[in-house]
Design a binder for this molecule. Structure first.
Ligand code: ADE
Length: 230
């Protein structure tokens, strides 16, 4: 997969690819990432990327030319899925991460300032919000999306870390997990996990997932039940 990230703060994003799974993904060529400072595509003398809004009002608005020039400089940009990060976008969740992880090429724009020139929206396929709160810029939101997509690319996670039991797969939260020691300050590991009986363990885990989802996320549990009926 190739991901181009358009940002005014490349140094916020670069270190994210130097650690853990994102490092693995780029190091082993599952992911080709290109972080672009779109200020370099501004055509005026001051390299400006924002301007005052028509009609007046406080704050600055992101100008369209640097953004579109940056996109057009990307090879094969016509075939890439273009994502705009904004609190006005569609809510992000695991199912969207799964769908996005199947794309070969994604371009993501991180905004700053008060907002975008509305016409920028015409050049994007989807607008995504990571939650009902406003961040100072789209960088952190973009990295949430990138991280959640990249770990789903087959091969990025090792078999043991496989995403098939992740929370939200099938609308269930993940079951409780334990590791050594068997007893810690009077708290013991459930006997069944020590039994070696794989089928019983599988059933117990499913029941625990269901119980946890029902208690913590009744909205998700409703969806789970609906899917079961199908
Ligand atoms: N930019 C600022 N806030 C955001 C949010 N909640 N989601 C996506 N992009 C954003």
């Amino acid at each position: 997969m190739r991901i181009d990230i358009l940002t005014l703060f490349p140094d916020m994003i670069k270190p994210m690819f130097e650690h853990s799974m994102l490092w693995r993904a780029t190091h082993y060529d599952f992911l080709d990432v290109n972080i672009m400072d779109f200020r370099e595509f501004s055509e005026d003398k001051r390299n400006s990327v924002d301007d005052t809004p028509y009609g007046g009002g406080a704050g600055m608005v992101l100008r369209i030319e640097p953004v579109i020039n940056a996109i057009r400089s990307i090879e094969n940009h016509e075939n890439a899925l273009k994502i705009l990060m904004t609190p006005q976008g569609i809510p992000y969740h695991q199912e969207r991460a799964r769908t996005l992880s199947k794309n070969k090429h994604i371009i993501i724009l991180c905004g700053h300032y008060e907002g975008y020139d509305e016409r920028i929206r015409d050049y994007f396929d989807v607008e995504i919000s990571i939650g009902d709160y406003v961040l100072t810029g789209g960088e952190i939101a973009a990295m949430v999306v990138v991280d959640s997509i990249v770990r789903l690319i087959p091969g990025v996670l090792s078999n043991e870390d496989s995403p098939k039991d992740d929370s939200f797969t099938n609308n269930l939260l993940e079951y409780p997990q334990y590791t050594r020691p068997r007893l810690f300050e009077g708290k013991s590991v459930p006997e069944i996990l020590l039994s070696g009986h794989h089928e019983n363990i599988r059933k117990w885990r499913l029941e625990e997932s269901e119980k946890r989802t029902r208690q913590r996320r009744p909205d998700l549990y409703e969806k789970y039940l609906k899917n079961q009926e199908k």
